[in-house]
Ligand binder design. Structure first.
Ligand SMILES: [Ca+2]
Ligand SMILES: [Ca+2]
Ligand SMILES: [Ca+2]
Ligand SMILES: [Ca+2]
Length: 230
């Protein structure tokens, strides 16, 4: 009987010390994140309606844009190219460069990839999606957590790529805001659906980049994106 009580005390002490170790480890992590590096990359870029594949275009209704009513047409007018871009020469892709060839109002495509942290990054969460026009100007989109619903002009998620005041594309980002990314994985799924709007220049080639901004994991909650753009 005494032995079992003693054993119980020993086990309790061991459990307490494990809990303490976990607690101190958490504190240490919290102590270092503020100075750590945030570095993510895209892996395996895939997309619809690849140029050269002679695939029939997919269209969506406009006014309002409805990404859930995408239908395959019997035409092949437009096509899509997308590829990763290594902006800092570290061998992995920070951006996805998208080119919509012969884009016309109602043309639909989607870009898919996976987001991973580099091995020297601190744990992080996806924070903002950045869309950069071909001329290098950058538009920052803060997106509501869990907002994967239809995006309309009033949400500020239509994009004027050429700065002429007319929206050229609407985007629908299947976000993973709030999901923890850790070095070594698992990867976060990335998908952006795109619809070309009536403001787009006729029969044109539209080019832009997607880039994700991260935030250190324990700063996310206080900085949860609010509002639509800015
Ligand atoms: Ca990098
Ligand atoms: Ca096509
Ligand atoms: Ca890179
Ligand atoms: Ca425009």
């Amino acid at each position: 009987m005494r032995l079992s009580i003693l054993l119980g005390v020993v086990i309790a002490l061991v459990l307490a010390s494990i809990a303490y170790a976990a607690f101190t480890e958490l504190l240490v992590v919290r102590g270092t994140v503020s100075t750590g590096k945030l570095d993510a990359y895209f892996s395996n870029v895939e997309y619809d309606d690849r140029c050269g594949s002679a695939s029939q275009d997919i269209n969506v209704p406009l006014n309002p844009v409805n990404f859930y009513q995408a239908t395959t047409t019997d035409r092949d007018v437009g096509c899509t190219e997308a590829r990763g871009v290594d902006t800092d020469d570290d061998g992995v892709y920070e951006d996805i460069l998208v080119t919509l060839v012969n884009a016309y109002p109602g043309y639909y495509t989607s870009i898919r990839s996976y987001v991973l942290l580099t091995s020297d990054s601190i744990p992080a969460k996806q924070w903002r999606l950045v869309i950069a026009s071909a001329d290098g100007s950058r538009v920052y989109y803060k997106i509501y957590e869990n907002n994967v619903s239809l995006i309309s002009d009033s949400d500020g998620l239509s994009v004027d790529l050429d700065g002429d005041g007319d929206y050229d594309i609407a985007i629908h980002w299947s976000d993973n805001l709030g999901d923890l990314l850790t070095p070594g994985g698992p990867a976060a799924r990335f998908e952006v659906k795109i619809a070309v709007l009536e403001g787009a220049p006729e029969d044109s080639t539209l080019q832009f980049r997607f880039h994700l901004e991260l935030i250190q994991w324990n700063a996310y909650k206080a900085n949860t994106p609010q509002g639509s753009s800015g």
